[in-house]
Design a protein around this ligand. Structure first.
Ligand SMILES: O=P(O)(O)OC[C@H]1O[C@](O)(COP(=O)(O)O)[C@@H](O)[C@@H]1O
Ligand SMILES: [Mg+2]
Ligand SMILES: [Mg+2]
Length: 336
C-alpha cells in the first residue's frame, strides 16, 4: 500500500476507555461516559481555539473573574462549552471552575461525580498562538445521590480524585488522563475527529535537566527559592517557561524536569489553584512516577477549604522535586 494512503488506524479513546472500564472501583459505566463527554467538549473547544483568529473570539472578554484576573473571550467560551457538555451528559452533579465564583449546580441530582476544572489554562498565550490547555479533576460525590450537593462533595483532598487529566491545544491536540492506573496520552487525528492512543503508559524520567519557573518574579522569591534556582543554574539545567502550566508540565512529563510556582513575598500561597490546577497535575505526575508538593507537603494531601485556594507547586521528576524540597525545608537562610 502506498505510504500516502495509509491512515493512522489505532486505538480510539472511546475504545480504550471501554476496555479499561473494569479497572474502575465503581465499574457501572458512568465514569466512562463522563470521560467521553469531556473528550467531546475538548474537541469543540479545540475547534474554537483553532479558528479563534477568524471568528473574532481572541482578546479580552471585558470582565474579571473572581480572582481579579482579566477574562479572555475564550476563557468564557471554553467554560460555557464544558459546563454545557457536562450538564447535558448527566453524570456530574456540580462543577467547580476557575471562571465561576461559586459552584455550578448542573441540575443533575443523580449525577455521581463532581468536576473541578480550569477550562482554559494559559490565558496570556491565547492571543499569540502559543499552547494552552484544559485541566480537570474528577471526584465521586460523598453525599447520597439525589440529595443536594454538600460541602463534603466539593472540598475533597486530591487523594480522593478518581480521575484527572488535561488537554493540550498545541502543535497537535492531546488528551492525557489517569484514573489511577497509569497515565495515557491520546492525539487528536483532525481529519477523523478522533483521539487515538499515541502515548501509552507515560512515565516521567526520575531526573531531568529542565527547570521551569518565572524568573521575572525573582525579586519576590524567598531566599530558599533563590538558592534552589541558583542550584539549577550551577547544574546547567535548561530554563524553559512557556507560561501555560499545562504545556510546561507536559513538556517536563515527556522530557524530565521540574515546574515551580513558588510562594512569593507578595503571594505567600503562590498563584496556582489547588482544586483545578495543582491536584489534577499532581495525580498525573504521581501516576507517571513523578512527584508533586508545595515544597513541604504532598500536593494531594493538602486540605482544601476554599474553592479558589492557592498553593505553591513543585512538580515533575521525582529526584528534582525532592532536591527542591530539600532547599525549601532547609529554610530561608541556608546557602547550599
Ligand atoms: O505569568 P505567570 O505569573 O508566570 O503565571 C503563569 C501561570 O499562570 C497561569 O496562566 C494561570 O492559569 P490561567 O491562564 O488558567 O489563569 C498558568 O497557566 C501559568 O503557568
Ligand atoms: Mg490555569
Ligand atoms: Mg484558566
Amino acid at each position: 500500500m502506498s505510504e500516502k494512503l495509509s491512515l493512522p488506524i489505532g486505538t480510539t479513546l472511546s475504545r480504550f476507555i471501554r476496555e479499561r472500564q473494569e479497572q474502575f472501583t465503581y465499574a457501572s459505566g458512568e465514569l466512562s461516559q463522563l470521560l467521553r463527554d469531556i473528550s467531546v467538549a475538548a474537541k469543540v473547544v479545540n475547534r474554537e481555539v483553532n479558528r479563534a483568529g477568524l471568528t473574532n473570539i481572541l482578546g479580552k472578554h471585558g470582565a474579571q473573574n473572581v480572582q481579579g484576573e482579566e477574562q479572555q473571550k475564550l476563557d468564557v467560551i471554553a467554560n460555557n462549552l464544558f459546563i454545557k457538555s457536562l450538564s447535558n451528559g448527566g453524570e456530574v452533579c456540580a462543577i467547580i471552575s476557575e471562571e465561576d465564583e461559586n459552584i455550578t449546580d448542573t441540575q443533575n441530582p443523580h449525577g455521581k461525580y463532581v468536576i473541578a476544572m480550569d477550562p482554559l489554562d494559559g490565558s496570556s498565550n491565547i492571543d499569540v498562538n502559543v499552547s494552552i490547555g484544559t485541566i480537570f479533576s474528577i471526584y465521586r460525590r460523598q453525599s447520597p445521590v439525589g440529595s443536594p450537593v454538600q460541602e463534603s462533595d466539593i472540598f475533597q483532598k486530591g487523594t480522593e480524585q478518581v480521575g484527572a487529566g488535561y488537554t493540550l491545544y498545541g502543535s497537535s491536540t492531546m488528551l492525557v488522563y489517569t484514573t489511577g492506573h497509569g497515565v495515557n496520552g491520546f492525539t487528536l487525528e483532525p481529519s477523523l475527529g478522533e483521539f487515538l492512543l499515541s502515548h501509552p503508559d507515560m512515565k516521567i524520567p526520575t531526573k531531568g535537566k529542565i527547570f521551569s519557573i518565572n524568573e521575572g518574579s525573582a525579586v519576590d522569591f524567598g531566599q530558599a527559592v533563590k538558592n534552589y534556582v541558583s542550584d539549577c543554574k550551577k547544574n546547567k539545567f535548561k530554563g524553559r517557561y512557556i507560561g501555560s502550566l499545562v504545556a510546561d508540565f507536559h513538556r517536563n512529563l515527556l522530557k524530565g524536569g521540574i515546574y515551580v510556582y513558588p510562594s512569593t513575598k507578595s503571594a505567600p500561597n503562590g498563584k496556582l489553584r489547588l482544586l483545578y490546577e495543582c491536584n489534577a497535575l499532581a495525580f498525573i505526575a504521581e501516576q507517571a512516577g513523578g512527584k508533586s508538593s508545595n515544597g513541604i507537603q504532598r500536593t494531594l494531601e493538602i486540605e482544601p477549604t476554599e474553592l479558589h485556594q492557592r498553593c505553591p507547586l513543585y512538580i515533575g521528576s521525582k529526584e528534582m522535586v525532592e532536591r527542591a524540597e530539600s532547599f525549601i525545608m532547609a529554610g530561608e537562610n541556608v546557602e547550599k
